[in-house]
Write a protein that binds this ligand. Structure first.
Ligand code: AHG
Ligand code: MN
Ligand code: MN
Length: 334
Protein backbone atom coordinates (compact mmCIF):
# COMPACT_ATOMS: atom_id res chain seq x y z
CA UNK A 1 0.00 0.00 0.00
CA UNK A 2 2.53 2.60 -1.08
CA UNK A 3 0.06 5.04 -2.55
CA UNK A 4 -2.30 7.13 -0.47
CA UNK A 5 -4.83 4.86 1.20
CA UNK A 6 -8.07 6.03 2.74
CA UNK A 7 -9.53 4.38 5.81
CA UNK A 8 -12.46 3.17 3.70
CA UNK A 9 -10.13 1.45 1.22
CA UNK A 10 -8.05 -0.03 4.02
CA UNK A 11 -11.08 -1.49 5.77
CA UNK A 12 -12.20 -3.20 2.56
CA UNK A 13 -8.67 -4.38 1.63
CA UNK A 14 -8.00 -5.91 5.02
CA UNK A 15 -11.46 -7.37 5.53
CA UNK A 16 -10.31 -10.79 4.34
CA UNK A 17 -7.70 -10.96 7.15
CA UNK A 18 -10.58 -11.38 9.58
CA UNK A 19 -11.39 -15.00 8.81
CA UNK A 20 -15.08 -14.94 9.79
CA UNK A 21 -15.76 -11.53 8.25
CA UNK A 22 -18.80 -11.01 6.09
CA UNK A 23 -18.37 -7.27 5.77
CA UNK A 24 -20.52 -6.61 8.82
CA UNK A 25 -17.53 -5.69 10.95
CA UNK A 26 -16.32 -3.33 8.23
CA UNK A 27 -19.69 -1.59 8.15
CA UNK A 28 -19.65 -1.28 11.92
CA UNK A 29 -16.22 0.35 11.90
CA UNK A 30 -17.38 2.66 9.10
CA UNK A 31 -20.38 3.77 11.15
CA UNK A 32 -18.06 4.69 14.02
CA UNK A 33 -15.92 6.69 11.62
CA UNK A 34 -18.97 8.73 10.60
CA UNK A 35 -19.99 9.44 14.20
CA UNK A 36 -16.41 10.44 15.02
CA UNK A 37 -16.40 12.97 12.18
CA UNK A 38 -19.56 14.55 13.58
CA UNK A 39 -18.17 14.58 17.14
CA UNK A 40 -14.88 15.97 15.86
CA UNK A 41 -16.69 18.88 14.19
CA UNK A 42 -18.52 19.65 17.41
CA UNK A 43 -15.38 19.43 19.54
CA UNK A 44 -13.62 21.86 17.24
CA UNK A 45 -16.41 24.35 17.85
CA UNK A 46 -16.32 23.91 21.61
CA UNK A 47 -14.44 27.13 22.23
CA UNK A 48 -16.91 29.13 20.16
CA UNK A 49 -20.29 27.81 21.16
CA UNK A 50 -21.42 28.52 24.68
CA UNK A 51 -24.07 25.90 25.01
CA UNK A 52 -21.82 22.88 24.35
CA UNK A 53 -19.17 23.71 26.93
CA UNK A 54 -19.30 22.63 30.52
CA UNK A 55 -21.42 20.28 32.51
CA UNK A 56 -24.75 18.91 31.36
CA UNK A 57 -26.09 19.12 34.93
CA UNK A 58 -26.45 15.39 35.29
CA UNK A 59 -24.31 12.58 36.60
CA UNK A 60 -23.76 9.20 34.96
CA UNK A 61 -24.25 5.84 36.65
CA UNK A 62 -20.78 6.08 38.16
CA UNK A 63 -21.65 9.36 39.89
CA UNK A 64 -19.43 11.44 37.61
CA UNK A 65 -20.55 14.79 36.17
CA UNK A 66 -21.56 14.39 32.57
CA UNK A 67 -20.09 17.06 30.37
CA UNK A 68 -22.37 18.33 27.60
CA UNK A 69 -20.11 16.88 24.97
CA UNK A 70 -20.20 13.52 26.77
CA UNK A 71 -23.94 13.47 26.23
CA UNK A 72 -23.64 14.68 22.65
CA UNK A 73 -20.95 12.16 21.68
CA UNK A 74 -22.84 9.36 23.40
CA UNK A 75 -25.95 10.14 21.37
CA UNK A 76 -24.08 10.42 18.07
CA UNK A 77 -22.29 7.08 18.41
CA UNK A 78 -25.42 5.24 19.53
CA UNK A 79 -27.58 6.81 16.80
CA UNK A 80 -24.97 6.14 14.15
CA UNK A 81 -24.69 2.41 14.81
CA UNK A 82 -28.43 2.01 15.34
CA UNK A 83 -29.32 3.82 12.11
CA UNK A 84 -27.17 1.47 10.06
CA UNK A 85 -28.74 -1.57 11.70
CA UNK A 86 -25.47 -3.48 11.84
CA UNK A 87 -25.19 -4.37 15.50
CA UNK A 88 -27.55 -5.98 17.97
CA UNK A 89 -26.48 -3.80 20.87
CA UNK A 90 -24.21 -1.24 22.43
CA UNK A 91 -22.95 -0.57 25.95
CA UNK A 92 -21.69 2.89 26.76
CA UNK A 93 -19.86 4.34 29.72
CA UNK A 94 -22.54 7.02 29.77
CA UNK A 95 -25.53 4.66 29.90
CA UNK A 96 -26.83 2.87 33.00
CA UNK A 97 -27.13 -0.43 31.16
CA UNK A 98 -26.54 -1.85 27.70
CA UNK A 99 -28.96 -1.08 24.86
CA UNK A 100 -30.34 -3.98 22.83
CA UNK A 101 -31.59 -2.75 19.47
CA UNK A 102 -34.94 -4.22 18.64
CA UNK A 103 -35.43 -4.11 14.87
CA UNK A 104 -35.28 -7.51 13.12
CA UNK A 105 -32.29 -6.31 11.12
CA UNK A 106 -30.42 -5.31 14.30
CA UNK A 107 -31.28 -8.59 16.02
CA UNK A 108 -29.52 -10.30 13.14
CA UNK A 109 -26.33 -8.38 13.90
CA UNK A 110 -23.40 -10.60 14.89
CA UNK A 111 -21.50 -8.03 16.92
CA UNK A 112 -21.86 -5.88 20.01
CA UNK A 113 -19.97 -2.72 20.69
CA UNK A 114 -18.74 -1.12 23.90
CA UNK A 115 -17.79 2.52 23.91
CA UNK A 116 -16.34 5.38 25.92
CA UNK A 117 -17.84 8.11 23.69
CA UNK A 118 -15.73 10.91 25.08
CA UNK A 119 -12.59 10.15 27.01
CA UNK A 120 -10.90 12.93 28.96
CA UNK A 121 -13.97 15.13 28.71
CA UNK A 122 -12.94 17.33 31.62
CA UNK A 123 -10.16 18.55 29.32
CA UNK A 124 -12.44 20.05 26.65
CA UNK A 125 -12.99 23.34 28.43
CA UNK A 126 -9.23 23.86 28.55
CA UNK A 127 -8.56 22.98 24.91
CA UNK A 128 -6.71 19.73 25.57
CA UNK A 129 -7.01 16.64 23.36
CA UNK A 130 -9.79 14.17 24.07
CA UNK A 131 -10.82 10.91 22.44
CA UNK A 132 -13.29 8.08 21.88
CA UNK A 133 -12.51 4.44 22.70
CA UNK A 134 -14.38 1.46 21.23
CA UNK A 135 -14.34 -2.28 21.49
CA UNK A 136 -16.19 -4.88 19.39
CA UNK A 137 -17.09 -8.48 20.30
CA UNK A 138 -18.94 -11.27 18.56
CA UNK A 139 -22.15 -11.87 20.44
CA UNK A 140 -22.53 -15.10 22.44
CA UNK A 141 -26.35 -15.10 22.30
CA UNK A 142 -28.07 -16.52 19.21
CA UNK A 143 -28.24 -14.33 16.12
CA UNK A 144 -31.85 -13.22 15.57
CA UNK A 145 -32.55 -12.67 19.25
CA UNK A 146 -32.14 -9.56 21.40
CA UNK A 147 -28.67 -8.94 22.83
CA UNK A 148 -28.15 -10.02 26.44
CA UNK A 149 -25.75 -8.94 29.18
CA UNK A 150 -23.45 -11.93 28.55
CA UNK A 151 -22.72 -10.54 25.07
CA UNK A 152 -21.07 -7.57 26.75
CA UNK A 153 -19.38 -9.27 29.72
CA UNK A 154 -16.76 -11.14 27.72
CA UNK A 155 -13.06 -11.07 28.61
CA UNK A 156 -11.00 -8.72 26.48
CA UNK A 157 -9.26 -11.65 24.79
CA UNK A 158 -12.50 -12.16 22.85
CA UNK A 159 -12.38 -8.75 21.19
CA UNK A 160 -12.52 -8.83 17.40
CA UNK A 161 -11.66 -5.17 17.00
CA UNK A 162 -10.76 -2.21 19.18
CA UNK A 163 -9.65 1.31 18.54
CA UNK A 164 -9.70 4.93 19.46
CA UNK A 165 -10.22 8.29 17.90
CA UNK A 166 -8.06 11.13 19.16
CA UNK A 167 -9.31 14.66 18.66
CA UNK A 168 -5.98 16.40 18.97
CA UNK A 169 -3.79 18.78 17.01
CA UNK A 170 -4.99 16.53 14.22
CA UNK A 171 -7.76 13.99 14.46
CA UNK A 172 -6.79 10.35 14.13
CA UNK A 173 -8.29 6.92 14.21
CA UNK A 174 -6.11 4.05 15.46
CA UNK A 175 -7.51 0.52 15.43
CA UNK A 176 -6.78 -3.18 15.32
CA UNK A 177 -8.69 -6.23 14.19
CA UNK A 178 -5.97 -8.55 15.50
CA UNK A 179 -3.46 -8.06 12.69
CA UNK A 180 -1.38 -5.21 14.05
CA UNK A 181 -2.34 -1.62 14.67
CA UNK A 182 -2.83 1.05 12.03
CA UNK A 183 -3.35 4.79 12.38
CA UNK A 184 -5.24 7.13 10.07
CA UNK A 185 -5.14 10.92 10.09
CA UNK A 186 -8.21 12.97 9.23
CA UNK A 187 -7.85 15.54 6.48
CA UNK A 188 -10.59 18.06 7.28
CA UNK A 189 -10.33 19.73 3.87
CA UNK A 190 -11.33 16.49 2.16
CA UNK A 191 -13.30 14.90 4.98
CA UNK A 192 -11.44 11.57 4.86
CA UNK A 193 -9.06 9.61 7.07
CA UNK A 194 -5.79 8.58 5.39
CA UNK A 195 -3.38 5.84 6.43
CA UNK A 196 -0.56 7.78 8.09
CA UNK A 197 0.80 5.34 10.69
CA UNK A 198 0.92 1.82 9.20
CA UNK A 199 1.79 -1.09 11.50
CA UNK A 200 2.30 0.91 14.68
CA UNK A 201 4.74 -0.67 17.15
CA UNK A 202 5.48 0.68 20.61
CA UNK A 203 9.24 1.32 20.98
CA UNK A 204 10.83 -1.38 23.13
CA UNK A 205 12.99 1.10 25.00
CA UNK A 206 10.59 3.50 26.65
CA UNK A 207 11.61 6.45 28.78
CA UNK A 208 8.27 8.09 29.64
CA UNK A 209 6.13 7.35 32.67
CA UNK A 210 2.55 8.56 32.85
CA UNK A 211 0.63 8.54 36.12
CA UNK A 212 -1.45 10.90 38.21
CA UNK A 213 1.27 11.28 40.82
CA UNK A 214 -1.02 13.38 43.01
CA UNK A 215 -2.37 10.04 44.19
CA UNK A 216 1.11 9.00 45.39
CA UNK A 217 0.27 8.83 49.12
CA UNK A 218 -2.61 6.46 48.38
CA UNK A 219 -0.76 4.06 46.08
CA UNK A 220 0.46 0.67 47.29
CA UNK A 221 3.97 0.44 48.74
CA UNK A 222 5.15 -1.25 45.53
CA UNK A 223 3.95 1.55 43.26
CA UNK A 224 5.43 4.17 45.60
CA UNK A 225 8.76 2.33 45.71
CA UNK A 226 8.82 2.17 41.92
CA UNK A 227 8.11 5.88 41.58
CA UNK A 228 10.69 6.74 44.21
CA UNK A 229 13.28 4.52 42.62
CA UNK A 230 13.00 5.80 39.05
CA UNK A 231 13.67 9.27 40.40
CA UNK A 232 16.45 8.38 42.83
CA UNK A 233 18.31 5.74 40.87
CA UNK A 234 18.37 7.26 37.43
CA UNK A 235 17.40 4.32 35.19
CA UNK A 236 18.75 5.21 31.75
CA UNK A 237 22.50 5.65 32.20
CA UNK A 238 22.32 9.05 33.77
CA UNK A 239 19.20 10.16 31.98
CA UNK A 240 16.02 10.19 34.05
CA UNK A 241 12.63 9.05 32.80
CA UNK A 242 10.38 11.80 31.50
CA UNK A 243 7.10 12.34 33.36
CA UNK A 244 4.15 13.07 31.05
CA UNK A 245 0.50 13.03 32.11
CA UNK A 246 -2.32 14.74 30.23
CA UNK A 247 -5.30 13.22 32.04
CA UNK A 248 -6.93 12.05 28.80
CA UNK A 249 -6.18 8.36 28.60
CA UNK A 250 -6.38 8.32 24.81
CA UNK A 251 -3.88 11.14 24.50
CA UNK A 252 -1.52 9.72 27.11
CA UNK A 253 -1.56 6.31 25.47
CA UNK A 254 -1.25 7.63 21.95
CA UNK A 255 1.88 9.56 22.91
CA UNK A 256 3.34 6.57 24.72
CA UNK A 257 2.61 4.29 21.76
CA UNK A 258 4.54 6.59 19.46
CA UNK A 259 7.36 7.55 21.81
CA UNK A 260 7.60 4.59 24.17
CA UNK A 261 6.35 4.83 27.70
CA UNK A 262 4.57 3.25 30.63
CA UNK A 263 1.01 4.33 31.42
CA UNK A 264 -0.54 3.43 34.73
CA UNK A 265 -3.64 4.03 36.76
CA UNK A 266 -3.01 1.99 39.91
CA UNK A 267 -5.49 1.33 42.68
CA UNK A 268 -5.54 3.64 45.70
CA UNK A 269 -6.51 3.07 49.31
CA UNK A 270 -10.07 4.28 48.74
CA UNK A 271 -10.35 2.90 45.18
CA UNK A 272 -8.40 -0.40 45.10
CA UNK A 273 -9.41 -0.97 41.47
CA UNK A 274 -8.39 2.50 40.38
CA UNK A 275 -10.57 4.63 38.14
CA UNK A 276 -10.44 3.22 34.65
CA UNK A 277 -13.27 1.09 33.33
CA UNK A 278 -12.31 -2.45 32.36
CA UNK A 279 -14.78 -2.85 29.49
CA UNK A 280 -14.66 0.64 27.98
CA UNK A 281 -11.07 1.72 28.59
CA UNK A 282 -8.70 -0.99 29.82
CA UNK A 283 -9.69 -3.83 27.47
CA UNK A 284 -9.61 -1.95 24.16
CA UNK A 285 -6.36 -0.20 25.09
CA UNK A 286 -4.82 -3.48 26.28
CA UNK A 287 -5.73 -5.17 22.97
CA UNK A 288 -4.22 -2.30 20.99
CA UNK A 289 -1.11 -2.29 23.18
CA UNK A 290 -0.56 -6.05 22.77
CA UNK A 291 -1.08 -5.77 19.03
CA UNK A 292 1.56 -3.01 19.00
CA UNK A 293 4.06 -5.25 20.79
CA UNK A 294 3.46 -4.11 24.36
CA UNK A 295 1.72 -5.62 27.37
CA UNK A 296 -1.09 -4.70 29.76
CA UNK A 297 -1.66 -5.98 33.28
CA UNK A 298 -3.71 -5.09 36.35
CA UNK A 299 -0.67 -6.00 38.47
CA UNK A 300 -1.83 -9.58 39.00
CA UNK A 301 -2.94 -10.78 35.62
CA UNK A 302 -3.16 -9.93 31.95
CA UNK A 303 -5.92 -7.36 31.49
CA UNK A 304 -7.38 -9.29 28.54
CA UNK A 305 -7.90 -12.41 30.67
CA UNK A 306 -10.07 -10.73 33.32
CA UNK A 307 -13.66 -11.97 33.08
CA UNK A 308 -15.90 -8.98 33.75
CA UNK A 309 -18.83 -9.40 36.10
CA UNK A 310 -20.26 -5.89 35.74
CA UNK A 311 -20.43 -3.54 32.80
CA UNK A 312 -18.99 -0.57 34.63
CA UNK A 313 -16.37 -2.34 36.73
CA UNK A 314 -12.94 -0.81 37.13
CA UNK A 315 -9.47 -2.28 37.02
CA UNK A 316 -5.98 -1.07 37.90
CA UNK A 317 -3.96 -0.68 34.74
CA UNK A 318 -0.24 -0.81 33.85
CA UNK A 319 0.55 -0.88 30.16
CA UNK A 320 3.43 -0.14 27.87
CA UNK A 321 6.61 -1.74 26.51
CA UNK A 322 7.34 -5.21 27.90
CA UNK A 323 10.49 -4.14 29.74
CA UNK A 324 8.89 -1.18 31.48
CA UNK A 325 5.86 -3.19 32.57
CA UNK A 326 8.12 -5.99 33.82
CA UNK A 327 10.07 -3.42 35.81
CA UNK A 328 7.04 -2.09 37.67
CA UNK A 329 5.64 -5.61 38.10
CA UNK A 330 8.78 -6.58 39.97
CA UNK A 331 7.91 -3.90 42.54
CA UNK A 332 4.26 -4.91 42.77
CA UNK A 333 5.08 -8.47 43.80
CA UNK A 334 7.65 -7.57 46.44
P1 AHG B 1 -13.62 9.93 31.06
O1 AHG B 1 -13.46 11.34 30.58
O2 AHG B 1 -14.10 9.01 29.97
O3 AHG B 1 -14.43 9.83 32.32
O4 AHG B 1 -12.18 9.34 31.38
C1 AHG B 1 -11.31 10.04 32.21
C2 AHG B 1 -10.21 9.11 32.59
C3 AHG B 1 -9.08 9.01 31.60
O5 AHG B 1 -9.23 9.65 30.40
C4 AHG B 1 -7.91 9.64 32.29
O6 AHG B 1 -6.76 8.95 32.03
C5 AHG B 1 -8.28 9.59 33.72
O7 AHG B 1 -9.65 9.60 33.78
C6 AHG B 1 -7.73 10.76 34.45
O8 AHG B 1 -8.04 10.59 35.78
P2 AHG B 1 -7.37 11.50 36.90
O9 AHG B 1 -7.92 12.88 36.69
O10 AHG B 1 -7.83 10.88 38.18
O11 AHG B 1 -5.88 11.44 36.71
MN1 MN C 1 -12.58 7.57 29.60
MN1 MN D 1 -15.88 9.14 28.90
Amino acid sequence: MSRITTLGEFIIKTQSQVSYSTGELSKLISSLRLAAKIVNAEINKAGLVDDILGKAGDTNIQGEDQQKLDVYANRKFIDSVEAREITCGIASEEEDSFIAFDSPQCRNGKYVILIDPLDGSSNIDVNVSVGTIFSIYKRVSPVGEKAIIEDFLQPGNQQVAAGYFIYGSSTMMVYTTGNGVNGFTFDPTIGSFFLSHPDMRIPEEGSIYSVNEGNYPFFSQGVRDYLKNIKQNIPLEGKPYTGRYIGSMVSDLHRNMLKGGLYMYPGTTSKPNGKLRLCYECNPMAYIMEQAGGVATDGNQRILDIVPTELHQRAPLFLGPKKMVAEIESYLTR
